[in-house]
Ligand binder design. Structure first.
Ligand code: PEP
Ligand code: MG
Length: 583
C-alpha cells in the first residue's frame, strides 16, 4: 500500500483498478504477460518495429523528392535508431525475461535512453530527445493501433491515470466507467479540474510522477476531497474509504435537502442570485435540478471542440436555442470564445507561442480573427429572441479592446437589421474582469460596459504571477491574498456604486469559505459550477448582510492570506457546523 498526496479538484471517493495512459496519452495495457504469451508478444513487437521502419522509409522517400537531401538524412538517422541493439535486443529481452508487455517494454527502454540525454542541457541533444520521442510514439502507435486513445470503449470501472488530460479528453470521459482520475500535473482551477467537477468525477491532480509509479491494474483509491491517493490499499483502508465515499454521498443529499428548504435570500431577506457556470448545454438540466437562477457563464469553447475550429452560425444557434429551451425564461450569459493557453489551443489549430498565457488568446484572438467573433455574435443575437441573453467578453485588459469588440457587436446588429433577422434590441454586452489592468481601471469601463463578471481563476493567476495549472506553485495560488481581495472589492464596490450588475464566476464564488466575504463586499450574484449550488444556497440563507460586512472588514484588516483563510473557515464552521454537515 502506498499513499500519495496531490491537489484535490473534484470531491468524492473512487475505488477501482488503474488504467494508465502514458505522457502521449497512449494507453499502456497490463504490464505483464504470461510465459505462454512471450512468443506471440515478441512477434507483435517485431511487426510493429518493421511497420515503423516501413513508415519512416516511405516518409524519407517522399521528402527526398521535394526537399534537400539533408532533410532525408534525419529519417535515415531515425531508421538507424530503430536498428540499434537498444531497441532490437533490449526490448525483446525485457519481454522475455521480465515478461513486460511490448508496450511497457518500449516505454521503459525509451525512458532509460531519454533520461540521460535530457539532462544534457544543450540544443543539439534536445533535438535528439525529440527524435527518440518520435520513434517511441511511432512504435507505440503501431503496437496499440486503434486502441491508443480509446477511452470510450471501456468495459469496466477504472481510475484513469495520466500525465495530463486535455479539457476535451476530460469532457469525453465516460462517467459510467471512469470512477475517478488522477494526473501528474495540474492545478485547482485548471480546466481539467473544472470539467471533472462538472462531470462529478472524483479527481486529484498535481501528483508528480503518479503515471509512471502506478501500473495498469493496480487498485487505486482517489479521495477527491483531501487529495489523497492510495495505491493497492489493504482491506481495512479500502473499507474505511468505502465508508467515506458513502458519507460524502449522504452529505450531498443532506445539503440538497437543506437547500431545497432554504430561503433564496440571506437570513435578513436580501435577495441573492445563484447562477450556474456551464461548459455544455446539457449541464443546464443539473443546474435546474439544483435550483440555479440562470446561467452566469457559458464557456462556449466546447462548441468549437465539438464541431471543429469553425462552427457555423447555425451550429452555434442550435446550441443556444437548446440552452434557452432548458432555461425556460431565465438568463443565459454567453461568453465569447476564450481560446488559447490551456484552452483548446490545439483544437482550433493555434500556433504554438513561447508564453501562451500572455499571448494571443481569448479577446485578443477574437479581435485578430473577427470573423470567428462575428459568427458567434450573430448566432447569440438571433437566439436572444428565445430568452434573456447576455454576451460577455473574456480577458479584456483595456478599454480599447472593449471598444473594438463593441464596434463589431454594433456592426453585427446593423447587418442583422438590414437582413431583416430579428433579435432582442437590448442584449447587454459585458466583460469578464480577470486581468489586473481591467480591475484597476474598472471605473473607466463603467460607462461603456453593461455588466461585469469577475473571473478569479485568471485574476489570481495574473495578479500573483502563479500559473493556475502548475502543481509546483499551487500552494501560492491564494484567493485570499490581500492583493486579490483588494482588486475583487474594488470591482464590486465600483460596479455597485454605479448600478452595474456584477458577479463572480471564478471558482472562488463556488467555495463555501469565500461566499460570506464576497457577500460582505456587496456581491449579490454568484456564478458557480452546478454542484456547488446547494451548499452555497444553504450557507447564504444562514448569514445576515451585517454579519458578512463585519467579516469582510475583519478580513481586510489582516495582512496574510492564510490568516484570512482561517478566519473565513471559522465562519463556515459556524454556519454549516460539522455535526450537521460533516461527512
Ligand atoms: C476565470 O478565469 O475565473 C473564469 C471564470 O474563466 P475560465 O476559468 O474559463 O478561464
Ligand atoms: Mg478566465
Amino acid at each position: 500500500m502506498e499513499i500519495k498526496n496531490g491537489i484535490p479538484v473534484s470531491p468524492g471517493v473512487a475505488i477501482a483498478p488503474a488504467l494508465v495512459l502514458d505522457s502521449e496519452s497512449f494507453r499502456i495495457p497490463r504490464r505483464f504477460i504470461r510465459k505462454d504469451e512471450v512468443d506471440t508478444e515478441l512477434k507483435r513487437f517485431e511487426l510493429a518495429r518493421a511497420k515503423a521502419l516501413g513508415e519512416i522509409s516511405d516518409i524519407r522517400d517522399s521528402v527526398h523528392s521535394v526537399a534537400k537531401e539533408e532533410v532525408g538524412l534525419i529519417f535515415d538517422a531515425h531508421m538507424r535508431m530503430l536498428e540499434d541493439p537498444l531497441i532490437t535486443k533490449e526490448i525483446p529481452e525485457k519481454i522475455k525475461t521480465k515478461r513486460y508487455t511490448p508496450e511497457y517494454a518500449v516505454s521503459r527502454v525509451f525512458k532509460k535512453i531519454i533520461k540521460p540525454i535530457k539532462e544534457i542541457n544543450d540544443a543539439y541533444f534536445i533535438q535528439r530527445v525529440n527524435d527518440f520521442y518520435d520513434i517511441q510514439k511511432r512504435l507505440l502507435r503501431n503496437l496499440l493501433g486503434q486502441r491508443a486513445h480509446d477511452l470510450t470503449a471501456l468495459d469496466r470501472k477504472v481510475v484513469v491515470v495520466a500525465h495530463d488530460l486535455t479539457p476535451s479528453q476530460t469532457a469525453t470521459l465516460d462517467k459510467k466507467m471512469v470512477a475517478g482520475f488522477i494526473t501528474d500535473v495540474g492545478g485547482a482551477t485548471s480546466h481539467t479540474a473544472i470539467l471533472a467537477n462538472a462531470l462529478g468525477i472524483p479527481a486529484v491532480v498535481g501528483l508528480g510522477t503518479i503515471s509512471s509509479d502506478i501500473s495498469g491494474g493496480d487498485v487505486v483509491i482517489v479521495d477527491g476531497k483531501s487529495g489523497r491517493v492510495i495505491v493497492n490499499p489493504d482491506d481495512a483502508t479500502r473499507e474505511k474509504y468505502e465508508v467515506r465515499g458513502q458519507g460524502y454521498i449522504d452529505r450531498e443529499k443532506r445539503m440538497f435537502e437543506a437547500a431545497s428548504k432554504a430561503l433564496r435570500t440571506t437570513k435578513d431577506g436580501e435577495k441573492v442570485n445563484l447562477y450556474a457556470n456551464i461548459e455544455w448545454d446539457d449541464e443546464i438540466e443539473l443546474a435546474n435540478r439544483l435550483g440555479a437562477d440562470g446561467v452566469g457563464l457559458f464557456r462556449t469553447e466546447f462548441i468549437y471542440s465539438k464541431f471543429g475550429a469553425h462552427p457555423t452560425e447555425e451550429q452555434h444557434y442550435d446550441v443556444y436555442k437548446r440552452a434557452h429551451a432548458m432555461l425556460d425564461g431565465r438568463t443565459l450569459t454567453l461568453r465569447t470564445m476564450d481560446f488559447g493557453a490551456d484552452k483548446f489551443a490545439s483544437e482550433v489549430g493555434l500556433e504554438r507561442e513561447e508564453n501562451p498565457f500572455l499571448g494571443c488568446r481569448s479577446i485578443r484572438l477574437s479581435l485578430r480573427e473577427p470573423h470567428l467573433l462575428i459568427t458567434q455574435m450573430r448566432a447569440a443575437l438571433r437566439a436572444s429572441v428565445l430568452g434573456p441573453t447576455r454576451l460577455m467578453l473574456p480577458m479584456v485588459g483595456s478599454i480599447e479592446e472593449f471598444r473594438a469588440a463593441r464596434v463589431i457587436f454594433e456592426n453585427v446588429k446593423t447587418d442583422l437589421k438590414r437582413e431583416g433577422i430579428p433579435f432582442a434590441p437590448d442584449v447587454p454586452l459585458g466583460m469578464m474582469v480577470e486581468v489586473p489592468s481591467a480591475a484597476l481601471t474598472i471605473d473607466s469601463f463603467i460607462k461603456e460596459c453593461e455588466f461585469f463578471s469577475i473571473g478569479t481563476n485568471d485574476l489570481v493567476q495574473y495578479t500573483l504571477a502563479v500559473d493556475r495549472n502548475n502543481q509546483y506553485v499551487a500552494n501560492l495560488f491564494k484567493h485570499t491574498s490581500p492583493a486579490v481581495l483588494r482588486l475583487v472589492k474594488l470591482v464590486i464596490d465600483t460596479a455597485v456604486k454605479n448600478n452595474r450588475p456584477v458577479s463572480v464566476c471564478g471558482e472562488m464564488a463556488g467555495e463555501a469559505r469565500f461566499a460570506v466575504i464576497l457577500l460582505g463586499f456587496g456581491l449579490r450574484d454568484f456564478s458557480v459550477g452546478p454542484t456547488a449550488l446547494p451548499e452555497l444556497r444553504t450557507l447564504l440563507s444562514r448569514v445576515t448582510v451585517a454579519e458578512a460586512v463585519e467579516l469582510a472588514g475583519k478580513a481586510m484588516a489582516l495582512d496574510a492570506a492564510d490568516e484570512i483563510t482561517d478566519l473565513l473557515d471559522a465562519e463556515v464552521e459556524r454556519l454549516l457546523p460539522s455535526e450537521e454537515f460533516g461527512e
